[in-house]
Ligand binder design. Structure first.
Ligand SMILES: Nc1nc2c(ncn2[C@@H]2O[C@H](COP(=O)(O)OP(=O)(O)OP(=O)(O)O)[C@@H](O)[C@H]2O)c(=O)[nH]1
Ligand SMILES: [Mg+2]
Length: 195
């Protein structure tokens, strides 16, 4: 041993998290905004197949969609390294969710108040799996602003599920959401932090 101080050898804890939610809600944007490495993206151009299937209201300028996953990484202090996996939003790519969700400590469900129902499948998915999650309401320009308790009620969320506002384009905002998720997940599994 080079040093008598064992704390100098402490490695940060690696944690896998998912960034999920409906189509076009800002998942790729959030992973890109918070990642300290160049994020891996799997974007493909939206084609005519999307017409009548994907609801582009509010994100009319959107030209691409995630077909497999986003990947990014962010360190939280010296204790944690978060590996972020953004899910695809289009229903036809949901089959990759099970693969992405394996081993994840928790998930962020991004919501857009203009299309709130789009996050129901994500909420159902993580409730069914027993994966801890937080709901982050991405504040798009011009979107109706609701009281968070109203949104919580509309989504029929359990009392213990944290809900917060965010701006997926801003690093600090995304980081706050991730910290809330890690705290929530460890709060539900008090012994997990020790391993
Ligand atoms: N005004 C505003 N625009 C946003 C925000 N977050 C994302 N956008 C825009 O909304 C569009 C959708 O963002 P994406 O990050 O591709 O959404 P996604 O959830 O990854 O989409 P899919 O992978 O297709 O499901 C993009 O044009 C973003 O620039 C936000 O907080 N505010
Ligand atoms: Mg995406």
């Amino acid at each position: 041993m080079v040093s008598g101080r064992s704390d100098t050898l402490k490695m940060p804890k690696a944690i896998k998290l998912l960034i999920a939610g409906g189509f076009g809600v800002g998942k790729t944007t959030m992973v890109g905004a918070v990642s300290e490495i160049r994020p891996l993206r799997t974007e493909e151009t939206l084609t005519n197949l999307s017409v009548g299937v994907d609801d582009l209201s509010g994100v009319e300028a959107k030209a691409t969609t995630t077909v497999a996953m986003d990947f990014g990484r962010i360190s939280i202090g010296q204790d944690f390294v978060l590996y972020l996996f953004g899910t695809p939003g289009q229903e036809r790519f949901w089959f990759v969710w099970d693969e992405l969700a394996r081993g994840a400590l928790g998930a962020v469900v991004l919501a857009d108040t203009r299309r709130l129902a789009d996050c129901f499948p994500s909420v159902d998915y993580f409730e069914r799996r027993g994966t801890p999650f937080v709901v982050a309401v991405n504040c798009f320009d011009g979107a109706p602003v609701f009281d968070l308790d109203e949104v919580k009620l509309a989504l029929n969320l359990g009392q213990d599920v944290p809900i917060l506002l965010c701006d997926a384009r801003k690093r600090e905002s995304g980081k706050e959401v991730l910290i809330a998720l890690v705290k929530h997940a460890y709060g539900r599994r008090p012994t997990a932090a020790a391993h």
